[in-house]
Design a protein around this ligand. Structure first.
Ligand code: AMP
Ligand code: ZN
Length: 666
């Protein structure tokens, strides 16, 4: 064999093996550093010899491919849902039904498994290589998210042992608590809204278009079922063991039992143990073990008759209500938060619970000293679901919603039809001021690099940042003495602020945080009115006459601009050179691109596919999704689809490599 091929192959093999030891067995035999070095060596060889590209190389874990829209494909074997129950009685009835079919005296063994709470996935392996990953979708067809799934380290790209040449395996992609909490800490630090729960976050992660972003999410995958014909096993439990031996992550919590009583014991045991699991489960799945018995039992329209999910009730714990605090958000909305005697629910200590709004407090007729039931459902913020009526607090201690803002003292208002109370002192109320600056610097607005939500709060506390306009007055020597600031971070921050002066008008407008003016509305307004001054002068009627702008938005805009403090802010922004007018985009186009049709395919070294497409469009080119006689260029990256290539060759359309593409711009 060619020595280069040999080297590449051996590196891939070694890296697959170490990946397995690290992520599946939890028994690494080399250090992370050594692993990274081997990986880098392989990356370099693959870059040097693209002809030996392998879609399942360990280097593919880092992602990079961008999927604009996920293809919907049929499942070879349908993905069913599970019937479920919350009670022992129903489980007993289920067993009776099974016995009617299989015979009263038959031995029935059950595979008892945890019901992982994540996103179900069906993986197809051909000759030991992962070739496809489909979401459940509607059960008969799902979305192909293969590139994203390949970045999940616990999913083997190549199998080991005596796997069948073709089979499908089903599992659950989950986000363990640790990774979920870390992601939320990062969001909190940036002042961004928190993720609700691990399952939704996992699901959202899998639908990201850029697989290199998915690679950064700490996702995991547990496998729980084989699907296919002529599987090399006769029972579910054996299937789990086999899957494990081929390199899949199959938690060893599953247990094979031979009576329904033992099933109950398993349920009971995990009712306690689940609270200290590092990931979330929402119940137990009980499956008739033998495949021939499963076959005899068959399926209903939606679910197998041979399996049942037992769901645990959301855990409710009683504790003492010690007080209510009121939080004021960026928009001035006031949220009541219950202060509780600390109590452990689902493994975490809970001290606070959301009370949503005044109506909720009224509905529960809450009093200080009440014993309340707290539940931690799918959401991260626990809620109070009920009051223990045999244990009421004193009538005199009834909780009345506050009338004035706890932060600035202004009178709170509640508009007809709204559940929330608001502090309307938006220009002076501290959390609203900080929140406004955080919104302004945030990703969707000015996207100021080098500045995060926490730093904004710090600068506010230090008296250096009182409004958006102050950003443009910050001096390096004021910031440098602050905690966690170094020369480098200060110059990044100042540079980031400087760059924001080039951000388009629509972003500035959105960044002002005018109530009801989201990103889309801001774009509409900037298109329609073209400048801040025109918008400032617009009447209520003119605003309402604009597409998609209703009375509620219009009123909010007029109110914003009639506030003298906001008028001052805008003149300051203007003086600092921010873009307060809509600029028609032009002048960037390039003769070699103007009006030419490009098809982009494959993975590139120096661009994501999206970046490349964007550049082509900016230079005046047109992006098409498929090759036709009208196509001018096919820009081909690594691993381009062979059919596109053949078609382009057939039509005599020039195929550009990344390097050739770049020289087009010269
Ligand atoms: P449901 O969504 O409530 O109908 O429950 C069915 C889903 O439970 C399946 O689609 C799987 O995604 C998930 N699930 C989690 N753990 C298991 C398991 N051990 N066996 C079967 N399904 C499971
Ligand atoms: Zn206030």
């Amino acid at each position: 064999m060619n020595p280069v091929v040999e080297k590449i192959e051996s590196l891939r093999k070694v890296l697959h093996e170490h990946n397995h030891r690290y992520y599946i067995l939890d028994q690494p035999t080399i250090s992370d550093f050594e692993f990274d070095q081997l990986l880098e060596e392989l990356q370099q060889l693959e870059a040097q010899y693209p002809q030996y590209h392998d879609p399942n190389s360990p280097t593919q874990r880092v992602g990079g491919g961008v999927t604009k829209s996920f293809e919907t494909l049929p499942h070879r074997f349908p993905m069913y849902s599970l019937s479920n129950t919350y009670s022992k009685e129903e489980l007993e009835l289920w067993e009776e039904r099974i016995r009617k079919v299989l015979g009263e005296e038959t031995d029935i063994a059950y595979s008892c498994e945890l019901k992982f709470d994540g996103v179900s996935i069906s993986l197809t392996y051909e000759n030991g290589e992962l070739v496809q990953a489909l979401t459940r979708g509607d059960g008969s067809q799902g979305d192909a998210i293969t590139a994203n799934v390949k970045t999940i380290n616990t999913i083997p790209l190549k199998l080991k042992g005596d796997y069948p040449p073709f089979f499908e395996i089903r599992g659950e992609i989950i986000l363990p608590w640790e990774g979920f909490n870390k992601m939320n800490e990062e969001r909190a630090a940036k002042g961004e809204p928190l993720y609700m729960n691990p399952r939704n976050t996992a699901s959202g992660s899998l639908k990201l278009q850029d697989s290199s972003l998915v690679a950064k999410r700490p996702l995991n995958c547990f496998l729980y079922a084989l699907a296919g014909e002529n599987l090399p096993v006769s029972g579910q439990f054996k299937a789990l063991e086999k899957a494990r031996s081929w390199g899949f992550k199959v938690p060893d919590s599953a247990k094979l039992v031979s009576s329904i009583d033992a099933v109950f014991e398993f349920i009971q045991e995990w009712d306690e143990k689940r609270k200290s699991l590092p990931y979330e489960i929402d119940g137990i799945v009980i499956k008739v073990n033998r495949l021939d018995q499963q076959e005899e039992l068959g399926f209903t329209a939606k679910a197998p008759r041979w399996a049942m999910a037992y769901k645990y009730q959301a855990e409710q714990v009683a504790t003492l209500l010690k007080g209510v605090q009121y939080q004021v958000g960026r928009t001035g909305a006031v949220t009541p938060v219950a202060q509780l005697e600390p109590v452990v629910i689902s493994g975490t200590t809970v001290k606070r619970a959301s009370l949503h709004n005044a109506d909720q407090i009224e509905k529960l007729d809450l009093r200080l000293g009440d014993r309340v039931y707290v539940e931690k459902g799918g959401e991260i913020i626990p809620k109070i679901t009920a009051v223990d009526t045999s244990n009421r607090g004193l009538e005199e201690a009834k909780i009345h919603f506050i009338t004035h803002c706890p932060e600035c003292g202004s009178l709170l208002e509640r508009e007809a039809g709204e559940a929330q109370h608001y502090c309307k002192n938006e220009t002076e109320c501290p959390p609203q001021k900080i929140g406004k600056i955080q919104l302004f610097i945030g990703r969707k607005a000015m996207d100021i690099e080098g500045l995060g939500g926490e730093t904004v709060a710090l600068l506010y506390q230090e008296g250096l940042l009182n409004s958006i306009a102050d950003l443009y007055r910050l001096q390096p020597d004021q910031i440098l003495p602050l905690e966690r600031m170094a020369d480098k971070s200060v110059s990044n921050l100042i540079e980031g602020i400087e760059k924001s002066k080039n951000k388009p008008f629509a972003k500035v407008l959105f960044g002002l945080g005018i109530r009801f003016v989201g990103e889309t509305v801001a774009k509409k307004l900037s298109k329609q009115f073209k400048s801040m001054s025109a918008l400032q002068q617009a009447s209520l009627e003119e605003l309402i006459a604009t597409d998609d702008i209703g009375e509620r938005i219009a009123k909010s805009i007029v109110a914003f601009f009639s506030n003298p403090k906001n008028q001052l802010l805008i003149s300051e922004l203007k003086a600092n050179g921010l873009q307060l007018e809509e600029v028609e985009e032009e002048g960037l186009s390039h003769a070699a691109f103007e009006g030419k049709r490009f098809v982009v395919s494959g993975v590139f070294d120096n661009y994501t596919r999206e970046e490349l497409k964007k550049e082509i469009e900016t230079l005046g080119g047109i992006i098409a999704s498929s090759v036709s006689a009208k196509t001018d260029y096919l820009v081909a990256g690594n691993g381009m689809g062979p059919s596109k290539k053949a078609k382009a060759e057939g039509l005599g359309i020039p195929i550009l490599s990344e390097v050739e593409y770049n020289s087009l711009k010269l």
